[in-house]
Design a protein around this ligand. Structure first.
Ligand SMILES: O=C1O[C@H](COP(=O)(O)O)[C@@H](O)[C@H](O)[C@H]1O
Length: 260
């Protein structure tokens, strides 16, 4: 596929966390509606860390059609699914366990805990899960997620793609493994940049004022090449940032007023 320049990113900044989470929920529901109208399902990938908490406004949102959701994890720690470090476990605690039992439930693709002792196989198995979801339905070289929701660490990492790590140059694999994550736990699997950069939409979410310096570097100095700056879905993909004003206080990049 010829290289196409990415669309400019769109930065939304909100004075309060309630405004951020409401806007984010409405944005997600709009993405879900468009995807379901087009192909009857909504493919979405979630991060761990602070992200799942930011999705609270989805719980009682009347527009959410949970049974249309096909959920993957953009990265996952190689631990049992009910372990406190598991990104799936976190998403269950913060989000999925709160969906009323009377509502249809989402389809959630977790890592296969049988392979926790073999990281390469763990990543291969998750890649196969993606291939079943995407390659067989969309005949794609890389999966095209309707939406990937990402967090950013204080060092500029996103997913489990850490500054200076060799995984930043992975070009072929959909899912890679890492044994030496600088942030515990050390063993993880992660989507690679080609997967991120083929998504139809990516939304970063950052609410923590402690990340102000990192956001400034990522958004105003992308030439420094921090992992989060390298997320640039190619046209027609679109990159959004949903941030709290406090987290963006050092950012020069122009804000866009939020509207759907
Ligand atoms: O280790 C991880 O960290 C990032 C960032 O986490 P945050 O708590 O600073 O938001 C997260 O996006 C990723 O999924 C997770 O595995």
């Amino acid at each position: 596929m010829p290289h196409t320049a990415p669309n400019p990113l769109v930065l939304f900044s909100f004075p309060s966390s309630a405004e951020l989470t409401d806007a984010l929920a409405n944005f997600i529901v709009k993405a879900q509606k468009e995807a379901v109208e087009k192909k009857g399902r909504f493919t979405v990938a979630l991060s761990g860390g602070s992200l799942p908490k930011q999705l609270a406004a989805l719980i009682n949102h009347p527009g959410v059609k949970w049974d249309k959701w096909h959920v993957f994890y953009a990265d996952e720690r190689a631990v049992p699914l009910d372990h406190e470090d598991s990104n799936h476990g976190l998403a269950v605690r913060e989000l999925f366990s709160k969906i009323p039992a009377s509502q249809p439930q989402p389809t959630i693709h977790t890592l296969n805990p049988e392979y926790l002792d073999d990281l390469e196989e763990l990543a291969d198995q998750y890649e196969k899960e993606l291939i079943q979801e995407f390659a067989m339905k969309d005949s794609a070289r890389f999966p095209i997620f309707d939406l990937i929701l990402l967090g950013i660490g204080p060092d500029g990492h996103t997913c489990s793609l850490f500054p200076g790590h060799e995984l930043l140059s992975e070009e072929d694999r959909w899912v890679a493994y890492i044994e030496d994550s600088p942030k515990p736990p050390p063993k993880r699997i992660t989507f690679t940049f080609p997967v991120l950069n083929h998504a139809a939409r990516i939304a970063f979410v950052a609410a923590d004022a402690a990340k102000a310096d990192t956001l400034h570097t990522v958004l105003d100095e992308p030439e420094k090449g921090l992992p989060a700056s390298r997320v640039r879905p190619a046209h027609p993909g679109q990159l959004y940032w949903f941030v709290a004003d406090a987290a963006a206080e050092k950012v020069q990049f122009a804000r866009t007023p939020f509207k759907l």
